[in-house]
Design a protein around this ligand. Structure first.
Ligand code: SAM
Length: 450
């Protein structure tokens, strides 16, 4: 196909869809044009900034006609910051689009006709994030904290981030001010120099506490005066820790973390369960919606007898522990050692009978079955890339009767569900849960039964 647009060209595009990244999609003579910050129903004049064989990208130069779903974003840097992709879209329209996105992934990638239920959204979709990872940049005043601009490592600062709670916003500004006062050098990615790479702040709403983690490029970096000021000035601070990440990498955390405070964990409550969280451990970033998500998982766990459950990407053990409350026995598998330690602590705190193994689910599952038998239910909750094919193979060989697959990526869960349905599993309803309002992300709970 000839490419009907050129770089630098101005053209009019009627936006009819959204990509998985939340960019508007329209067509010029049948050729796809991706337009960041546009939504279906918009008619925009764009400047084409790049062309590839099958698509082009263009930036809005003029909004010629606004979609009925368009709203004014709350955030003053919504058009420049890479944190939220959809603040300019009404929340109900975001939910409807996310339902379509999930259905589309199952049809297109999995070739499956899934029953995708309406998305379970939030009543108040603001200030919901319990964790912020803020890269450190530089401006005329010294180090500054913000979020990366889309597709770049340029740090965009903001007066207030409306998807973070007030406590995190306040702590962010205090740490920034103290960093400037102590002349802390921002990490320079190009030269691999400077000290501070990221500040990670977590909030435990139920306990009303905060954790601040300073991520340093320099191994063994210490700055007692800066640390003491943070402890003195940040209200609700329970944990201050330094993580050392000396590598040239995009990963936020390095392998070693040292707590400055005596406390090393904050504690969050989901329903009746209390969970300790360490600096590097995964914990769902929306505590209110975590309860909704975990209730969806729990609905698929037999609540009579004593179900034997595997929680195979267990993080701090939260889903398995929540699902097994009152009865049930859990075996969890997780790669990160600190998360395994948290999972053991969490099972004991919540009085749940559980055992946790540190390792890769795909390497541990067969030996677990030989040692302890086939589970009644397997919970899968892999990272965005989905399950390792070896893990699916083992579950198929073991003929595990029921799998509850929790996923933050519709494309990979659709791909993995197709493998399972090709090997004797029936796909149940797919329940999307909106854990990330105003972003293009969506979480799903998928039931697969033999
Ligand atoms: C999406 S998180 C889910 C954590 C937990 N289920 C929760 O709800 O908080 C995925 C977890 O899987 C872990 N992980 C990644 N690859 C893994 C593997 N191959 N085997 C076991 N765990 C893995 C990650 O460290 C992370 O804690």
């Amino acid at each position: 196909m000839d490419i009907p647009v050129k770089e630098g060209q101005l053209c009019t595009v009627e936006v009819t869809g959204l990509s998985h990244q939340g960019e508007g999609v329209g067509r010029r003579e049948g050729f796809a044009v991706f337009v960041p910050a546009a939504i279906p129903g918009d008619v925009v004049e764009v400047e084409v900034i790049s062309t590839k064989k099958t698509y082009a990208r263009g930036l809005i130069r003029q909004l010629l006609q606004a979609s009925d779903h368009r709203v004014q974003p709350l955030c003053s840097v919504a058009d420049r910051c890479g944190g939220c992709q959809l603040q300019h879209m009404k929340y109900e329209a975001q939910l409807a689009w996310k339902q379509t996105l999930v259905a589309d992934a199952f049809t297109r990638i999995g070739s499956l006709q899934a029953q995708v239920l309406p998305v379970l959204g939030m009543i108040d979709p603001w200030e919901y994030r319990n964790k912020g990872q803020f890269p450190v940049g530089r401006d005329e005043g010294g180090m500054c904290l913000g979020l990366f601009a889309p597709r770049s490592h340029h740090v965009v600062t903001f007066p207030y981030c409306h998807v973070q709670p007030e406590a995190i916003n306040r702590a962010l500004k205090i740490v920034e001010e103290l960093g400037r006062k102590h002349n802390i050098a921002a990490y320079d990615e190009m030269r691999h120099q400077g000290t501070l790479r990221h500040i990670v702040i977590r909030a435990a709403e139920a306990e009303n506490t905060l954790m601040v983690v300073l991520v340093s490029r320099e191994s063994n970096w210490q700055h007692p005066a800066f640390f003491a000021d943070i402890q003195r000035c940040v209200p609700q601070l329970k944990v201050l820790a330094v993580n050392y990440n000396p590598k040239r990498t995009n990963a936020v955390f390095g392998d070693r973390t040292v707590a400055v405070t005596e406390n090393e964990k904050i504690t969050e409550t989901i329903g009746q369960c209390r969970f300790g969280i360490s600096p590097r451990s995964f914990f769902q970033t929306n505590s209110l919606q975590t309860r909704v998500l975990y209730d969806e998982v729990r609905r698929h766990i037999p609540q009579t007898g004593s179900p034997y459950i595997w929680d195979l990407h267990c993080g701090t053990g939260t889903i398995g522990i929540y699902a097994a409350q009152g009865s049930g026995r859990v075996v969890g598998v997780e790669v990160i050692p600190e998360a395994v330690a948290d999972a053991r602590f969490n099972a004991a705190t919540n009085g749940v009978q559980a055992r946790f193994v540190q390792g890769r689910a795909e390497h541990e599952a067969r030996a677990l079955a030989e040692a302890e038998g086939i589970p009644d239910v397997v919970i899968l909750d892999p990272p965005r890339k989905g399950c390792d094919p070896e893990l699916l193979e083992v579950l198929i060989d073991l003929a595990v009767p029921r799998i509850v697959y929790v996923s933050c990526n519709p494309s990979t869960v659709a791909r993995d569900a197709a493998v399972l349905t090709d090997h004797g599993y029936r796909l149940g309803p797919v329940q999307p849960v909106d854990m990330f309002p105003h972003t293009a992300h969506i979480e799903c709970v998928v039931l697969l039964e033999r």
